[in-house]
Design a protein around this ligand. Sequence first.
Ligand SMILES: Cc1cc2nc3c(=O)[nH]c(=O)nc-3n(C[C@H](O)[C@H](O)[C@H](O)COP(=O)(O)O)c2cc1C
Length: 191
Amino acid sequence: MPMQSAINLLLQRQSTPAKYHGEPAPGGDDLDLILRAAMSAPDHGAMQPWRLLLVRGTALVRLGDLFAESFKRRNPEASAELVERERSKPTRSPLLILLISRPQPNAKVPEWEQMMSLGAAAEHMQLMAQALGYGSIWLSGERCQDRWLLEQLGLGGDEWLYGYLAMGSPTEHCAGKTRKDPWDLTQDWVG
Ligand SMILES: Cc1cc2nc3c(=O)[nH]c(=O)nc-3n(C[C@H](O)[C@H](O)[C@H](O)COP(=O)(O)O)c2cc1C
């Protein structure tokens, strides 16, 4: 990639809301590139403290049913409308990448560093998806902390769901965002 394209990609990365995710989802070589981008994220001690689950096709409908069930368990009084809204969330995008943290005890690499590594991997995947012309957004919500749901997804007791990347082909052109000035958050430390 010419350097200017890389610079533009970094400056112009932005999320695409799931309502604008159409077919096709990244698959084949594109999906392979997106996953490979995750592997070059910083990882102290090369611990690989995370794994990914892909959800696509009819599995999206099954995940929606699990979202609805877990929502009902957490909110027994919720209206049918809210339950159906929760059920519909996974099927708005043709591909979800579930971000699973699996921190391991390590004297030199505390848990927070391992979590940050997954964050970096997720961001690499979003950047690669955008470079390939796809839209993505990182989503989470209360459901990600629902142990019952995590068990249904097959996560172990020492694994955590740090949200998921929803991806698809953009159905709308989203206007570029104006970003804040980084110098408002940045000072020289002079000792
Ligand atoms: C860990 C994490 C979880 C997020 N969860 C949600 C979410 O559940 N719902 C949501 O609308 N945005 C969520 N976001 C924010 C969006 O992914 C996105 O960054 C935000 O809409 C701003 O858009 P931008 O990425 O174009 O700046 C989350 C971001 C992160 C880093």
